[in-house]
Design a binder for this molecule. Structure first.
Ligand SMILES: CC(C)(COP(=O)(O)OP(=O)(O)OC[C@H]1O[C@@H](n2cnc3c(N)ncnc32)[C@H](O)[C@@H]1OP(=O)(O)O)[C@@H](O)C(=O)NCCC(=O)NCCS
Length: 152
C-alpha cells in the first residue's frame, strides 16, 4: 500500500466521489453525485489546504483522506480539518485508515498547522486510539456528531 496525492490520479475522482456519496450523502441531502464529484475535484490540492490523499494497492483505490479549510459550517472559526477518511470495505482492518490519518497529520504538520480538527458521527473511538481528543458533541445536519482535535 502506498499513499499518494489524488491530484496525481484524477481518473479516480468519480469512483472516490461515489464512495463518499454513498457513505456520507445523508449528511448533505440536497447534494447530487455530480456536485460531489465537482467538490472533490476542487479539493484535489497538494502541499497546502486543501490536500487530498489516496491509498493505493497496485493502482487500485483503497482509501482516502483530506485536509480542508472548513468542514463544518457551524464551526468556521476552527481550521483546518481532517475529512473524507474512508477505506474501501475490502481493505479495512489492515492499517490503511491509521496510515491515512498519520499521513494527513504529517502533511498538516509540514504546513505549520498546530491543531487539526475533525467531526465524526460514529468513529470517535477510532480516532481516540490515534491520540485525538473530543472537543465537543453537538447536533450537525440532523445528526449527533463529535468534534475532535489533535495537537500536532
Ligand atoms: C474507519 C475506517 C477509516 C477505518 O479504516 P481501517 O483501514 O479499517 O482502519 P485500521 O485498519 O487502521 O484500524 C482498524 C481498527 O479500527 C477499528 N475501527 C474501525 N472503524 C471504527 C469505528 N467506526 N469506531 C471505532 N473503531 C473502529 C477496527 O475495529 C480496528 O480495530 P482493531 O485493530 O482493534 O481490530 C473505515 O472503517 C471506514 O472507512 N469506515 C467508513 C467511513 C468512516 O467511518 N470514516 C471515518 C469517520 S468519518
Amino acid at each position: 500500500m502506498h499513499i499518494e496525492y489524488l491530484s496525481e490520479h484524477t481518473s479516480l475522482v468519480p469512483q472516490l466521489a461515489r464512495l463518499h456519496f454513498e457513505q456520507w450523502g445523508y449528511l448533505r441531502p440536497g447534494e447530487t453525485l455530480e456536485q460531489r464529484v465537482a467538490r472533490l475535484q476542487a479539493g484535489c490540492g497538494r502541499g497546502g489546504v486543501p490536500t487530498a490523499l489516496v491509498a493505493l494497492e497496485d493502482a487500485k483505490l483503497c482509501g482516502s483522506a483530506m485536509l480542508l479549510a472548513n468542514d463544518m459550517e457551524t464551526r468556521r472559526e476552527l481550521t483546518p480539518w481532517l475529512a473524507g477518511l474512508y477505506v474501501v470495505a475490502a481493505c479495512r482492518g489492515r492499517g490503511y485508515g491509521t496510515a491515512l490519518v498519520g499521513r494527513a497529520e504529517s502533511e498538516a504538520r509540514a504546513l505549520g498547522v498546530r491543531r487539526l480538527y475533525l467531526y465524526t458521527p460514529d468513529a470517535a473511538a477510532f480516532y481516540v486510539r490515534l491520540g485525538w481528543v473530543v472537543t465537543q458533541t453537538c447536533e450537525y445536519l440532523g445528526q449527533e456528531v463529535v468534534v475532535m482535535s489533535k495537537q500536532l
